[in-house]
Design a protein around this ligand. Structure first.
Ligand SMILES: [Zn+2]
Length: 332
């Protein structure tokens, strides 16, 4: 069991230093006995509530509109999803049943990451209790992912002129194939993915930087790779927004992943990704992505840990986000 006493006693005493995006509608989708534990969203929310988080720290998302989703996805694909006209092959690639609630969930989740990304630009950090559907491509979905919420959010902020460049730090155990393809050739988004090579997806299209590890690699290799690359790419690329996919599936107990990263290892991962971003005053939006431990408590603990690391980091930094203070590259 993870020690979250610090987080809980903090919540009882203080204002939380950032906001969460969450909707009860997230876990009302009936996926049957599906391996994706959609109930984790509610469990995280309930832990925060029972620990005393205030309602003003919870933001409720609106569903993304078709035109927002079409900033990334083809209108043909969006129409197919709306009308339930996916072929059998498309359905089996998606690996989730088709239902009206699933469609609503897909649009709402995109809306949630948009909301969280916008809030991160205001507050410095925002946490979406949801999102991270990185296997969705422009014209089809795969591996439980209907729409690429992260890609849509970054594209929207870019089009609105609210960011010039963004970075995706994808630490889910599965490679971020959809995100890699969507942003390939677009130099305003840097895509980083650290993942297990001998695992879905079989084809791993190139991200800006891919770190491929293998079954059983464990904490040392994983953390050494993050420590080697994360501070460097932040400093070199200077994104206006970092989107962190804090997947729980690298955990040693995960049913799908095999990297065998410990709880402490994942906490250290969070620290490297989050602290370095905040040290450079890079706004950070955190989304959950995957997590398939047989005991859901393990998955929820990983996500709660990420919240705790972010909370500690925000308290440790005396100055809140001030965009003007941040060193910027002249070009690009
Ligand atoms: Zn995953």
């Amino acid at each position: 069991m993870v020690d979250l006493k610090g987080l809980f006693s903090f919540l009882r005493r203080s204002r939380f230093p950032f906001k969460f995006v969450y909707s009860d509608a997230y876990w009302m989708v009936d996926l049957g006995n599906h391996v994706f534990p959609i109930v984790k969203y509610r469990l995280i929310y309930e832990q925060l509530l029972s620990a005393g988080i205030r309602k003003e720290n919870i933001l409720t998302p609106q569903p993304a509109s078709d035109s927002e989703v079409e900033l990334v996805h083809t209108s043909r694909y969006v129409k197919k999803i709306r009308q339930g006209k996916l072929s059998q092959a498309e359905m089996s690639a998606l690996e989730i049943p088709y239902c009206t609630e699933c469609v609503d969930f897909a649009f709402l989740t995109v809306g949630g990451t948009i909301r969280a990304a916008e809030q991160a630009l205001e507050d410095g950090v925002c946490f979406h209790i949801g999102g991270g559907f990185h296997h969705a491509f422009r014209d089809h979905g795969e591996g439980f992912c209907v729409f690429n919420d992260v890609a849509v959010s970054l594209e929207k902020l870019k089009r609105e002129g609210r960011i010039q460049r963004a970075m995706v730090v994808d630490c889910d155990v599965h490679q971020g194939n959809g995100t890699a393809v969507i942003f390939s050739g677009k130099d305003y988004v840097y895509t980083f993915s650290i993942h297990q090579m001998d695992l879905y997806p079989a084809q791993k299209p190139r991200s800006s930087l891919d770190v491929g590890l293998w079954t059983g690699d464990g904490d040392d290799n994983y953390l050494a790779a993050l420590q080697e690359h994360i501070p460097r790419i932040y400093e070199e690329f200077q994104p206006d927004l970092v989107c962190y996919l804090a997947g729980a599936d690298p955990l040693d107990k995960d049913q799908l992943g095999g990297l065998r990263i410990s709880h402490d290892g994942l906490k250290e991962r969070d620290r490297i990704v989050i602290e370095n971003a905040r040290r450079l005053k890079l706004p950070l939006v955190i989304v959950l992505a995957g997590g398939y431990a047989p005991d859901i408590t393990d998955t929820v603990d990983v996500h709660m840990h990420t919240i705790e690391v972010a909370r500690k980091t925000e308290l440790g930094s005396s100055s809140w986000l001030r965009r003007a203070d941040r060193p910027r590259r002249k070009s690009g």
